[in-house]
Design a protein around this ligand. Structure first.
Ligand code: B12
Ligand code: SF4
Length: 511
């Protein structure tokens, strides 16, 4: 019998525009071990597969191993998928942020093995153990059931030398799940060039732990060149936690890109304090056209307590300068804002509103981030879950988007509406209202930017912006009357408008 492995990701309320990199990394390893690799991402933006389709696939292909990627927000949907496929799958393994934080729970919910942390080494050893019928207790970095007993093996060391990991194999994904027009081929242009972050932010879940490691500039450059050649990719999205930590590597990579004339544009995420003026100018010269800055807050108390910085005054001032320098260098900026900490007050939120007003002219890509959802394994979860009664919230919090339809106003104006409703820290009406106002303020600015990017003519910009804004308000009103009424009246309009929001090209690809 052929060796086969099927990788799965369950559906959530927010589509994946790009393929999960975990399956690209692990898929390469499985192929090297002689496995045929099948991938079904039910959350891919153009996938409409159901649990029944997966059951049929398992019955037909009979994979030896079914591997599922789970992050906390989709734990419930992932468990429901595991339950549905359990009678047909011989072995189910699970990995990703949630199994790393809660391995025992994943086993209770029906998986056979949970992988802790990054899995290149443990997954390879697991496949070897399975094919030679060796004991799983010899594989480090996993938790598994043995005759009803839960066994946790020794921790697996992280991959210290990123240059030595095989390049991720994007061919394991079905292109048509993510790409309909030529421009969307760039959705395959994600690169993870570093792992780990030395930061200590109390809300951040660190799967790659605090040990910062990086691939050399040459290795990253080769991956970019290869994506250019084999996929026709012209835009790279670096998904590193903080891409610019190592300035020397950054410089070397920029030099390689400048010399190469590859005509690649790229974006990355980083912290304001890992950037300076020279780096920004060099990045712009090397094709960087967007930086996502994790500023998070301007409130000294929050910045200190979230352990973002020990010097909030300097931090906010420096962030101001970074915004200005990016603007001067022609780099668009996205800013991550995070609020919803238990100590924050209505007055704090009004300070944040004024801050957003002050910096928004520099925020030319959009405001991102969200309202704190305490992830298991972080200090914000460990320190407050009991006190505020939200232990294991991912198992019982109201599943707001069961049918995966997000109302119009959430798509355009208030993307964090559902996060706000979760109200983990029992904010009273006053604080709740100010947080709501803050995110609507950012939503409105984002809407303006999207419109400005799509249209040149100022009358068109104003008309489309006002039109979508009014429709968002109407959608929000309908939703407050009845979510199904909102869906009935707005779903088609939303589908149509998505062409305007996300599609930058016209050419349909026949994939
Ligand atoms: C890129 C990214 C996204 C992209 C995802 C695009 C895509 N198609 O994958 C976008 C922007 C859509 C996104 C959105 C969100 N994200 Co996000 N995202 C990331 C980011 C920066 C990188 C993920 C990645 O690709 N890593 C590289 C791969 C190789 O790592 P990996 O997936 O962890 O896989 C490794 C191991 O986990 C393991 N593994 C993983 N799966 C499996 C499966 C099996 C079978 C096995 C054996 C092993 C295994 O092996 C892999 C190789 O070592 C991470 C931060 C980070 N450093 O990882 C956050 C992160 C995953 N995101 C997070 C969150 C919270 C979100 C949001 C909920 C944010 C929000 N508030 O809206 C949304 C939810 C999205 C949704 N669909 O609903 C959290 C998850 C925390 C948690 N406990 O679940 C993270 C860890 C950020 C953080 N530090 O808090 N995200
Ligand atoms: S939030 Fe960003 S800077 Fe802070 S620990 Fe996480 S990845 Fe590092």
């Amino acid at each position: 019998m052929d060796k086969k492995i099927l990788f799965l990701k369950a559906r959530t309320g927010m589509d994946d525009p790009s393929p999960p990199m975990s399956f690209s990394y692990l898929g390469r390893i499985a192929k090297e071990k002689g496995y045929e690799v099948l991938v079904e991402n039910l959350n891919a933006q153009y996938s409409n597969k159901t649990h029944q389709d997966i059951i049929n696939l398992i019955k037909k292909e009979k994979p030896q191993v079914v591997g599922i990627h789970i992050f906390t927000n989709c734990a419930r949907n992932s468990y429901s998928l595991i339950k549905d496929i359990r009678p047909y799958a011989s072995m189910i393994i699970a990995g990703g942020p949630h199994p790393t934080a809660c391995p025992e729970e994943v086993l209770e919910q029906g998986a056979d093995v949970a992988f802790i942390g990054e899995a290149e080494i443990s997954f390879k050893n697991f496949l070897d153990a399975v094919s030679s019928n060796k004991k799983l207790s010899k594989v480090n970095g996993i938790v598994f059931k043995d005759n009803g007993k839960i066994i946790k093996t020794k921790p697996q060391d992280v991959v210290f030398e990123l240059n030595k990991i095989p390049v991720p194999d994007r061919d394991v994904h079905r292109k048509s799940d993510y790409v309909r027009i030529k421009e969307e081929l760039n959705n395959f242009g994600q690169i993870l060039s570093t792992r780990g972050c030395p930061g200590k932010c109390t809300y951040c879940f660190s799967l790659f732990n605090k040990c910062y490691r990086y691939a050399s500039a040459k290795k990253v450059f080769d991956e970019i060149s290869d994506l250019r050649k084999s996929y026709g990719i012209s835009y790279i999205n670096f998904i590193d936690d903080a891409f610019t930590i190592n300035k020397q590597r950054l410089n070397e990579l920029c030099d390689l890109l400048i010399k190469s004339k590859l005509k690649i544009n790229w974006c990355c995420a980083t912290r304001a304090d890992f950037l300076d003026k020279d780096a920004i100018n060099k990045m712009a010269e090397a094709g960087c056209d967007m930086i996502n800055l994790g500023i998070e807050s301007c409130l000294p108390n929050t910045l200190l307590k979230m352990q973002k910085t020990g010097n909030p005054e300097w931090y906010v001032k420096h962030a101001d300068e970074i915004l200005k320098w990016c603007h001067e260098a022609g780099i668009r900026v996205g800013v991550n804002i995070l609020t919803g900490f238990p100590w924050e007050t209505a007055k704090d939120m009004r300070v944040m509103q004024r801050y957003i007003d002050r910096i928004k002219k520099y925020v030319t890509s959009g405001f991102y981030g969200g309202i704190l959802q305490p992830q298991p394994g972080t200090a914000m979860y460990e320190n407050y879950a009991k006190e505020y009664g939200f232990e294991k919230w991912w198992l019982y919090k109201e599943d707001l988007f069961k049918d995966s339809y997000r109302p119009f106003f959430m798509a355009y104006y208030h993307p964090f509406w559902d996060h706000l409703q979760n109200n983990f820290f029992h904010f009273d009406k006053k604080v709740f209202r100010e947080i709501d106002k803050l995110y609507k303020q950012m939503g409105k600015w984002n809407l303006y930017i999207i419109t400005k990017r799509r249209f040149k003519n100022s009358i068109a910009i104003s008309a489309v912006y006002q039109g979508i804004f009014i429709l968002s308000k109407f959608s929000s009103f309908l939703y407050s009357l009845s979510p199904s009424l909102e869906k009935l009246l707005m779903e088609r309009l939303k589908k149509f408008s998505y062409r305007f929001k996300f599609r930058k090209g016209k050419e349909n690809l026949d994939l």
